[in-house]
Write a protein that binds this ligand. Structure first.
Ligand code: GLU
Ligand code: ZN
Length: 297
């Protein structure tokens, strides 16, 4: 058997919805079809945006839908020391620097990139500057003009020039919270993750994560970015677009629905939730997963 460790990494900013279910089913089926492990990690990194009780509700919902994960759930809120250690390495390499720019100031002069504004490097010379009294710094990672290219199992070839498309990006926010990009790379490495199957909304983040892996000398990971599920306006289902939470009573219908979006053959009638997942594993073929967004309404 191939060495495979996969994961599902929900953020408890809301309850699971149909889009999260698609990611859970696909990451689970891909892992189990490879004889691999499937881990669950709670990305509770941004307390101001979190919803009370969502983390427990997410785990309970996964159970009700028949998922079985390996090992204990990792919580990002308990991993701050590991993120600080990663930042220290990047500082020691001269790759991370403190930034005191206010968002308003640097946005005013910046160009639009592929994921928001491209930071103009105003503070890039700050390497040895001491923190200013009473002023909190964000820490940014210095990027370069090398093209970061990879092959995605669903999307195919994808590349970015980080300097042009993204700019030096934040690792630690000025409000003291850790940035998703750093946390996810540190955690995937800690958990030995070899394969990441997640939504295409995160495709734009992947070159940053590959770059961070290289800066920290971590092993590379294989990627598959799934089609997004949208409402009838073509908007990705999320808390903002008022995605309905998964109804436990509808679990079999919902599992069948996302399995159809993944182009899995229809399961026999009368299957339980667990049996539906077994069917997904037995018939899993990543090359059948569509690349284009799917409207669910
Ligand atoms: N926590 C992220 C989300 O819910 C997923 C992160 C990842 O899979 O890398 O969108
Ligand atoms: Zn700055």
């Amino acid at each position: 058997m191939m060495h495979y460790i996969g994961r599902f990494a929900p953020s408890p900013t809301g309850l699971l919805h149909i889009g999260s279910l698609l990611t859970a089913v696909a990451s689970y089926a891909d892992a189990r079809a490879h004889g691999g492990l499937w881990l669950v990690r709670m990305e509770d990194l941004d307390p101001p945006r979190e919803m009370r009780g969502a983390a427990d509700d997410i785990l309970r919902t996964l159970e009700v839908f028949g998922f079985e994960w390996d090992g204990a759930v990792m919580y990002q809120s308990r991993r701050y020391d590991a993120y600080a250690a990663a930042l220290e390495i990047l500082k020691a390499e001269g790759l991370a620097y403190p930034c005191y720019c206010s968002r308003k100031d640097w946005h005013a002069a910046a160009e639009q990139g592929v994921d928001g504004f491209v930071y103009n490097g105003h503070c890039a010379g700050n390497l040895f500057r001491q923190p200013e009294n009473g002023k909190a710094a964000a820490w940014r990672l210095r990027v370069n003009h090398d093209t970061i290219a990879f092959h995605d199992a669903v999307v195919g070839a994808y590349a970015q020039n980080l300097a042009r498309d993204i700019g030096d990006f934040v690792l630690l926010r000025a409000d003291g919270f850790w940035a998703y990009q750093l946390a996810v790379v540190a955690d995937d490495a800690e958990q030995g993750v070899t394969h990441i199957v997640r939504g295409q909304d995160l495709l734009v983040s992947t070159p940053r994560q590959i770059y961070l892996q290289r800066c920290l000398q971590l092993p590379p990971i294989r990627y598959a970015h799934l089609p997004l599920l949208t409402n009838r306006l073509g908007q990705k289902w999320s808390k903002q677009t008022l995605a309905p939470a998964l109804e436990h009573r509808q679990r079999k219908k919902l599992l069948r629905q996302v399995m159809a979006y993944l182009n899995l053959p229809e399961a026999p009638e009368g299957c339980s939730a667990k049996e539906l997942l077994q069917w997904a594993v037995a018939h899993w073929d990543i090359s059948c997963v569509p690349c284009q967004a799917v409207c669910t309404e």
